[in-house]
Design a protein around this ligand. Sequence first.
Ligand SMILES: [Zn+2]
Length: 289
Amino acid sequence: MIVPISKILTKAKRQGYAVGAFNTSNLEITLAIVRAAVAQKSPVIIQTSQSAIKYSNIETLFGIMTNLANTVGKKVPIAIHLDHGKDFSIIKDCIRVGYNSVHIDASLEKFATNVRLSKQIIKLAHRKKLWVQAELGAILGKEGLVKLKTGEINMEEMMTDPVEAADFVAQTKVDTLAIAVGTIHGHFKGIEKVDQVRLKKIANLVKVPLILHGGSGLSAPVFKKAIKNGVSAINIDTNLRIAFRNALKKNINTKTDMIDPRKILAPSTDAMQAEVEKTIKIFGSNNKA
Ligand SMILES: [Zn+2]
């Protein structure tokens, strides 16, 4: 059932587990996330990127998410979140249609600009009693990785500074904070690390729930330590994409005469559900619904 994200994250922070924030862009992924939450009796955050919204239009995607949450998922707490909102018109659309939370990502701007832009969105969202996630420090993606390898940028410099983070939260009154502690968007086993000492320092100074991005590819012990050190939600996208692709490949390569899209896609939905369930158990949010 759709609930305010504050309910989900306040409880997670208090009880010391993390909630998975899983990205969706269609019916099958959303079904997989909601079915997994029900099977594990777990709260979940379902989130869409700006490009997912552009892919299928906001009302349709929001309709799929809320409808499944309130029917199939009626016994578990579910919140809908916008991931990496950079375009003010899309963020405003999400607030308008009824997302529970939006991420204003102005992390590439200077500190003062980031504060100013984040505050603008916080003002709009708080009027409707919605939560806002802001971001301090740059969480790298594929392009960032290339720059890291050539030495053009330094991972340490990209990370969130604990004292600055406390200042940022005090100035903006943001509800949750996405932090950069060494993870990368995508799947880069072996390169990604979590600077646990930095994370602990941030958690000591910042009292709002901390959000870890770029979680796909990290090992269970690293996740567990990050949660112990103060992370309350973890974004997962790539792991579901890989599960989807692998199951699809296997299915169409073995049953080559299939033409029913439902039969073609069902094993992918099941594989994503299994992946979400595995993740929920690592994060410790099972039986917390
Ligand atoms: Zn992210």
